[in-house]
Design a protein around this ligand. Structure first.
Ligand code: DC
Length: 230
């Protein structure tokens, strides 16, 4: 399905898990005063909602029904499902695994399309996910595909876990990243891949601030109208 043209400036940031795209997208949105869409949170909320309702994660019609009427909201940096603050709950390991299961269901992806596109509002939007530039906002003004080696991403996740007082194995995390990458890129619906017109940004040796600046520079370059007759 061809996405509707959107007059609002949209920056899409796609990439594999732990590539830093969430932080980069959020900071770029703040710098520009744009709205921010964390599309992964919608898949996580769908999985959490299914788990709460006792719906099997592979029951496509019922999970899609829940996704279509998700009572989700994002307020003050927190994530809500109806009246419940689920900011931490959606990051739990079981919900992460559940999100990657419901994300392969075409009916669920279709049910979340309009909800994601509703974020396309002035003054602009920065959307982060896996298929923002290829499917959801295929007509976006500026697209970035953020990546980093599996080792670098595993190391970042390792540091986060250790800082939070959790134990972790770097080797297990590298293996986990590689398995997730394989699953995300191999799925038949909206596989993880750069849009043909996306800027490829490898952050293996780049800090967050440099990545944000690269995104903002790319957006500024995309905004310059093509000179007629040149
Ligand atoms: O970005 P994240 O880790 O919060 O994403 C959670 C899950 O949802 C992950 O398995 C990938 C999937 N996802 C997706 O399929 N498409 C998106 N646009 C965003 C996330």
């Amino acid at each position: 399905m061809t996405p509707p043209a959107c007059d609002v400036p949209v920056i899409t940031i796609d990439g594999p898990s732990a590539s830093g795209k969430g932080t980069v997208a959020e900071r770029a949105a703040a710098a520009l005063g744009f709205h921010f869409l964390d599309s992964g949170a919608l898949y996580r909320l769908t999985a959490l909602s299914a788990m709460k309702h006792g719906v099997a994660l592979d029951d496509a019609p019922r999970v899609a029904e829940l996704a279509a009427c998700l009572p989700a909201s994002f307020r003050d940096g927190m994530v809500w499902l109806a009246d419940e603050n689920v900011t931490d709950a959606i990051r739990a390991e079981a919900v992460s695994a559940g999100a990657s299961k419901v994300a392969v269901l075409p009916a669920v992806r279709a049910a979340l399309l309009d909800r994601q596109r509703a974020y396309c509002q002035l003054p602009g939007l920065v959307a982060d996910g896996r298929d923002m530039g290829t499917v959801v906002f295929a007509a976006a003004m500026a697209k970035v595909f953020l990546t980093a080696s599996a080792e670098a991403r595993a190391e970042r996740r390792y540091k986060q876990l250790i800082e939070k007082g959790n134990s972790a194995s770097l080797a297990d995390l590298v293996a986990d990243m590689q398995a997730r990458d394989a699953r995300d890129t191999a799925r038949s619906v909206a596989p993880l891949k750069p849009a043909p017109d996306a800027l490829l940004l490898d952050t293996t040796h780049m800090d967050i601030e440099s990545a944000v600046q690269a995104v903002l520079a790319h957006y500024a370059a995309c905004r310059i109208p093509v000179q007629q007759g040149n």
